[in-house]
Design a protein around this ligand. Structure first.
Ligand code: ZN
Length: 264
């Protein structure tokens, strides 16, 4: 979503299920910044790996469906995210490609949640955003005891952070704001439903949604303790979301003005 990232000699390259993947160095830097935990490089490393897994699975969703429709995609991981190259096919195929990223992300979330439930690691009343761990169940794991409490703590960090991160990136991506996945779905849908005004409706929806999230973020920053603040509901600092959605709303607004020939 931040443009294309040219190859560098420091890119990590590999293939997954026949799909070429390239990881730009900025991916590790931006993930390390997001995962930063002072004095605990082990926690930073575990969280960076969780981000890597979450973003890779999300992009694999897009890529696998793209290939299913007959195109050879490539995945690039960069600034706090990634993209899978894709071609335009048809309305419903494009919508399927866009939805497949968040879809794969929610499947990963389920694939982590279910074993935790089955192993009794989560206490009743746990939610994705606020998992409550059953420490006693974990202490009975011989291999975990062998690695001491630090190993135990890292497993909790990996599970808790994966819940949080997968949920957040896939939910946020579904909002109808270009160039997020939800924005792509909205554009395809509206162009199909109303070929003449479709693009304008999609952009107006983007301005409204992006502006609403930015306003919510501003409200949250001055009212941190109200139950409706972003911090309370999503466990996130409002600043990042506010800046991001404010910027995306502005981009949609600019496009909208262009499409109206400068009239507003
Ligand atoms: Zn996506």
């Amino acid at each position: 979503m931040f443009g294309s990232f040219a190859p560098t000699p420091y890119d990590l390259r590999f293939e997954l299920l026949g799909i070429p993947v390239r990881v730009h160095p900025i991916f590790w830097l931006s993930s390390g910044w997001l995962a930063w935990h002072r004095g605990r490089l082990d926690i930073v490393a575990v969280q960076v790996l969780c981000i890597f897994l979450a973003v890779l699975v999300h992009e694999m969703g897009h890529a696998l469906v793209t290939r299913r429709f007959g195109w050879q995609p490539e995945i690039v991981l960069h600034m706090l995210g990634g993209y899978a190259t894709s071609m335009r096919h048809s309305t419903w195929k494009d919508i399927a490609v866009s939805a497949a990223g968040p879809g794969a992300g929610f499947l990963l979330l389920l694939a982590i949640w279910l074993p935790c439930e089955m192993l009794g690691l989560l206490l009743p009343g746990s939610t994705i955003m606020h998992p409550r761990f059953n420490f006693e169940a974990m202490e009975n794991w011989p291999e975990v005891i062998a690695s001491g409490t630090r190993g135990n703590q890292l497993i909790r960090v990996a599970i808790g952070f994966s819940f949080f991160f997968n949920f957040i990136i896939n939910i946020i991506n579904l909002l109808p704001v270009l160039p997020l996945d939800g924005g792509q779905i909205s554009r395809e849908y509206w162009l199909w439903a109303k070929p003449r005004q479709g693009m304008q409706i999609c952009l107006m929806l983007g301005v409204g949604t992006g502006g609403a999230v930015a306003a919510w973020a501003l409200y949250s920053m001055s009212n941190r303790d109200t139950p409706w603040s972003i911090g309370r509901i999503l466990g996130l600092d409002g600043l990042f979301l506010g800046v991001m959605f404010g910027y995306l709303a502005y981009l949609s607004f600019e496009e909208l003005q262009k499409s109206r020939g400068g009239r507003w």
